[in-house]
Design a protein around this ligand. Structure first.
Ligand code: PRP
Length: 174
């Protein structure tokens, strides 16, 4: 059996997402930005983030990746299963991720997006989880730093469940 223990409330998330959007608006003024979310996990964070952005010059696109590894939490090898459909050439891109765990996906996506010849690529992550980090990628906008735990909710799943929850929970074994 497992139970869910709340680790970030909906109010805390919404407050932090608003702060991140304000910082992004401040940094980019009204320069065009393409937000690129990683499916599936980032869909809720991206949706909330862009709705708090005041900059009128915003585009949104998605990538989807597949990880091959030893277990559902491992991502030793990553491939693209859906690329962006918008041209990123000479544009400012912000890659939006729900969580960085080992860092392997983020590093792969950072390198991949550069192949699209953007003007710049910055990274915005809701949760930077520390315990299993293998690759350190510089993250420009971080929502929360969490040491450890299997997290679900607000886009994050366990066997495709719990993505719809407005809060973030740790799955605790009983
Ligand atoms: C999660 C998350 C990141 C990745 C992070 O996606 O959304 O993309 O894992 O892990 P890493 O830092 O160890 O590479 P997942 O593979 O669970 O797919 P999902 O977004 O469809 O849930």
């Amino acid at each position: 059996m497992a139970e869910l223990k709340k680790v970030i409330s909906s109010e805390e998330i919404q407050k932090r997402v608003k702060e991140l959007a304000e910082k992004i608006d401040e940094d980019y003024k009204n320069q065009p930005i393409v937000f690129v979310g990683t499916l599936k996990g980032a869909f809720i964070f991206l949706a909330d983030l862009v709705r708090n952005i005041k900059n009128p010059n915003v585009e949104v696109d998605f990538v989807r990746v597949k990880s091959y590894g030893m277990s559902d939490t491992s991502s030793e090898e990553v491939t693209i299963t859906k690329d962006v459909e918008t041209s990123l050439e000479n544009k400012n891109v912000i890659l939006v991720e729900d969580i960085v765990d080992t860092g392997i996906t983020l590093k792969f996506l950072q390198d991949h997006l550069k192949l699209h010849k953007p003007k710049s690529v910055k990274i915005c992550v809701l949760i930077d989880k520390k315990e299993r980090k293998k690759i350190n990628v510089k993250i420009d906008y971080v929502g929360f730093v969490i040491e450890k735990g299997f997290l679900v909710g607000y886009g994050l799943d366990f066997a495709e469940k719990y993505r719809h929850l407005p809060e973030v929970y740790e799955v605790v074994k009983k």
